[in-house]
Design a protein around this ligand. Sequence first.
Ligand code: UDP
Length: 461
Amino acid sequence: MEKEQRDYKAHCLVFPYPSQGHINPLLQFSKLLAHKGVKVTLVTTRFIYNTMYKGSCCTALETISLEAISDGFDEGWKTQGVSIQAYLESLWKVGSQNLAELIEKLSGSGCPVDCLVYDAFMPWPLDIAKKFGIVGAVFFTQSCAVDNIYNHVNKGVLKLPLTDSEISLPGMPPLEPLDLPSFLSHFGSYPAFFEVVIGQFCNVDKADWVLCNTFYDLEEQVVDWLAKFWPVRTIGPTIPSNYLDNRLKDDKGYGVDLFKSSNDACMKWLNKHPKNSVAYISFGSAAQLGLEQMEELAWGLKRSKSKFLWVVRESEAAKVPEGFIEETAEKGLVVSWCSQLEVLAHEAVGCFITHCGWNSTLESLSLGVPLVAMPQWTDQSTNAKYIKDVWEIGVKAQPDEKGIVRREEVEHCINEIMERDKGKEIQKNAMKWKDLARKAVVDGGSSNRNIDEFIETLVKH
Ligand code: UDP
């Protein structure tokens, strides 16, 4: 079909890394593009396609086409005794061939692709975009602060293992080694993931666009710094529309869950509780707590004055202390997955004890919910540093010399936020950032303008 005959502005293929924390922001970005007149095809792996739960939480999802390609492990790789290295290699080798075939197929069927938006965790789709002469836009799913740190490692400016007690990088506050992502502070801990996060920068200089899921006011200095080198555009926070600007109809969830949700039970339970009386606890889709940490957390929740709603994924359930659920039935609810946004938006929720995954951080910030930061690994310690010391929207739970956050500390942190007088400043800051997040995405806001600019260049391409 000739370009001028099309009833859409451009056709974007959007390709997230196959995990919940990566699908969510790229899916939400896709909905926005579609809302603005772009045809979007979201590509995922066959395994994710066959196992995901498609929610009825958003009509916007219906505006996006979904395609599945093989990554060489259509039955999933985690259950097959395959190493992460072997999986990533297959994703690259098998995935790139199938992605290229998909682009050819779409061209042949009259829907040529104008742009490939790919997750920075997989840099190789840029070669495919170049081969087909289409726009290649890399999408960074972590904070610009974290991207800046990794880029310094990639360039060899920040040397590993770390030796200095204070790390100074442009656009950022002074950092202690433990504020850096765990793959750097505990160098050698997860070599395959280290390769992934540093590999994000191997070809970024050649990308046509560098899209970041953050917003300008949140990371102004570091965004300005990165923008000296790359065509960086902040387009976040990619939070379903009902919680920010209400632009997309009925958009109160991302729309794809990789875990079965017990959301109705959560809402029913939360509805019974007064405003700001519940602490919500979740460690996202991947973090695994040690047995001792899980026990300390559980008993800390029991000790605290607040009620609690705790998400414990099925794979973590055996670590909950025996008898805990029965003993605390009056005080708390433990579920295996929920709609986190609906929970955070509920007035009964007064704080979020979080692993500080970037999506969870942005969601809480955008909804004005103060945080108790309990980072576990990867970029979470850097996010925790910003939560506590830069945005001042939360406290950080201090681990002991064994690295365990004890029950007394859990109790103390919850009280610091939930007790109105103590938590006043943090609550005020949380409201300030909620407002700024909304301002970034409404008409005229920095992120909204950046998305419009991105689309305009696709039209002209
Ligand atoms: N999430 C959810 N229900 C839950 C727990 C998490 O919907 O019970 C969502 C959450 O809203 C977020 C994503 O899962 O969008 C987790 O992403 P994040 O970056 O916070 O952490 P990750 O899972 O990547 O470690």
